[in-house]
Design a protein around this ligand. Structure first.
Ligand code: FMN
Length: 215
């Protein structure tokens, strides 16, 4: 079944009604166009120096999903959801700085001169950072885009579950992912067959301190 769900839900509902869903309708196929819309919303997320280190590997092919299944601890949502999206981080994202500022210039956001100077600053600054720091940045930015992806999906009536439960080395090997990239998380995306369970949150006052931090 290929159907396009076109509802847009208000933000308050989206953030309250998003739950990790682990049971999906395996007969539901999300169109590529809808997946692109969701990813298009996701990439509006902020990133360190706007270097946008995220890359997406969209897995809709059933045979491929079956190969990912054992790598992801046999989590059934991998094969039942319409797509499994691997969010991947580029630890050499600064290599795209020139391109990013060329797009900004074409859109009229910066002059060529300012764009070139900003791109140079990014390239100089990031290329001299230790690998560990670059990896950390890719993971932080990858987390932001992942969250936005999940909310964008929910706003369109779809559900998701983020997954850290997979073997990153085996996943990297399966898809020949070069060393330059880190896996951030897998996200199952599809039409829920059963609602996600509600989960409790620590009260706000237990996770918030004002103007000082006691640990
Ligand atoms: C980084 C990360 C990794 C996660 N890994 C898994 C996973 O491998 N399998 C799974 O079923 N849920 C996974 N979850 C989902 C969490 O269990 C879930 O977000 C949490 O219990 C809160 O529930 P909620 O998402 O419904 O609000 C993961 C969540 C995050 C943020």
């Amino acid at each position: 079944m290929t159907t396009e769900l076109k509802l847009e839900v208000e933000f308050n509902k989206v953030i309250r009604e998003r739950h990790s869903v682990r049971k999906y309708d395996p007969s539901w196929k999300i169109s590529d166009a809808e997946i692109k819309e969701i990813l298009g919303d996701a990439i509006l997320a902020p990133s360190s120096s706007n270097l946008q280190p995220w890359r997406f590997l969209v897995i809709t092919d059933q045979a491929l999903k079956e190969k990912v299944l054992p790598i992801a601890h046999n989590q059934q949502q991998i094969v039942d959801a319409s797509a499994t999206i691997a969010v991947i981080g580029d630890i050499e994202a600064y290599r795209n700085a020139d391109k990013i500022y060329e797009y900004a210039e074409a859109a009229g956001y910066v002059t060529a001169e300012v764009g070139a100077a900003m791109a140079k600053r990014s390239k100089d600054g990031y290329s001299s950072m230790p690998q560990e720091k670059l990896k950390e940045i890719a993971l932080v930015d990858g987390g932001l885009v992942s969250m936005q992806l999940m909310l964008a999906a929910k706003a369109k009536g779809y559900d998701t579950v983020p997954m850290g439960g997979f073997n990153p080395e085996q996943f990297r090997e399966l898809f020949n992912i070069p060393e330059r990239y880190v896996t951030v998380m897998l996200i199952a995306l599809g039409k829920a067959a059963a609602e996600g369970r509600s989960t409790a949150r620590l009260p706000l006052n237990e996770v918030t301190q004002w103007n000082g931090f006691q640990g």
